[in-house]
Design a protein around this ligand. Structure first.
Ligand SMILES: [Zn+2]
Ligand SMILES: [Zn+2]
Length: 130
């Protein structure tokens, strides 16, 4: 049986071929992870971009990029929502402003109900033209 690594973290680094994989003490290390500085065997390193990373650092890297993408995705709809909210408020305001000014422009006879009695006069007959 092979005992657990006897304090390998403190030992001064010898040549790479003499080092052992952090996870597999029986195997020789073939690469050094630039993320954590540990030595790993061929089975423990994964090529990511142009670097060789250990599984832990690869997972961390992927999580970081995924989180970054999620953040970017979260940020954009938030801005879009704010914009839509502003546009919606503006539209609503314009609609009500138009409605209010239209109501202000209507002749007082319309509110009195007397406009229908003299409808034969061409005063406000533009509404029902096709
Ligand atoms: Zn690593
Ligand atoms: Zn290994």
């Amino acid at each position: 049986m092979i005992p657990a690594l006897p304090g390998s973290a403190e030992t001064p680094a010898p040549a790479l071929h003499a080092r052992r994989c952090v996870r597999h003490p029986a195997r020789e290390a073939v690469a050094r992870c630039p993320g954590c500085g540990g030595s790993f065997c061929r089975e423990c390193v994964v090529e990511h971009g142009d670097r060789l990373l250990c599984a832990t650092c690869l997972a961390r890297e992927l999580a970081a990029t995924a989180a970054g993408r999620r953040r970017a995705r979260r940020l954009l709809p938030a801005a879009g929502r704010a914009l839509a909210l502003g546009a919606g408020a503006l539209t609503l305001w314009l609609v009500f402003y138009g409605l209010g000014s239209a109501l202000l422009r209507t002749p007082p006879a319309f509110h009195d109900g007397t406009i229908w009695q003299n409808a034969d006069q061409p005063a406000g007959k533009t509404e029902d033209a096709p």
